[in-house]
Design a protein around this ligand. Structure first.
Ligand code: FMN
Length: 197
């Protein structure tokens, strides 16, 4: 039995397909007794801060050199780092907005990733992620469909894999998609999308 963190990032509340799809993933994992505790974080209710100049300065300092005043700029980052550290499974929901992930999710990732915290360099100078052995489920909702665009226009799954592999150390990422939500009278069976889970 594992700890799970459920991150949602659509402003559309209970109308959100990405939230519904990710909730179906969480329900299924609970049904399979793979989750024992669940932390829910709706990034649209309590949005992550954006970087400002002072915060960027602290993010690039080695943790051992940060003083008390600077530490306060890391309050959100420290909180979500603890949440991610405590989780074995992370379920992330995002709409596609202009080919990218949602803005709150991008801000959350920017707050999570930190030199000396989520990644470091070993004695050979090779960058290594420090939060290993965790599983990510990614739930993506889009008004259109990937088949409408060149393959090179897929940015969400590829970005998520790149950023979590390189700067966090998480390599086990499983993606589910609900596509075509902009169609008239759109209906979807979320359970069917995740049937392989
Ligand atoms: C600002 C904005 C930008 C969007 N950009 C795209 C896009 O680039 N590609 C696409 O397929 N759908 C796009 N859509 C449609 C959403 O992806 C679609 O409504 C999806 O269901 C949103 O996820 P949600 O239901 O979880 O909110 C966009 C919607 C909005 C509001």
């Amino acid at each position: 039995m594992k700890n799970a963190l459920h991150i949602t990032s659509s402003a559309r509340g209970d109308q959100s397909h990405s939230t519904r799809l990710s909730a179906a993933v969480v329900r299924k994992l609970i049904g399979k007794n793979e989750i024992s505790t669940l932390v829910e974080r709706d990034l649209t209710k309590n949005p992550p801060p954006f970087f400002d100049q002072a915060m960027i300065g602290v993010f690039y300092k080695h943790p051992a050199t940060i003083d008390e005043e600077e530490r306060q700029l890391l309050a959100y980052a420290d909180t979500i780092f603890q949440e991610v550290s405590n989780a074995d499974i992370i379920v992330i929901a995002t709409p596609i907005h202009n080919f990218g992930i949602s803005a709150p999710l991008k801000a959350w990732i920017d707050q999570l990733i930190r030199f000396g915290v989520t990644y470091d360099y070993n004695s050979e100078g090779v960058r290594t992620g420090r939060l290993n052995h965790k599983k990510i489920y990614l739930a993506i909702a889009s008004g259109g469909s990937l088949t409408e665009w060149p393959n090179s226009y897929e940015f969400i799954e590829s970005y998520t894999k790149a950023v979590f592999n390189s700067y966090v150390g998480m390599t086990d990422i499983c993606t589910f998609r609900v596509e075509g939500t902009a169609a008239n009278n759109f209906t979807v069976d979320y359970e069917q999308i995740i049937q392989g889970l």
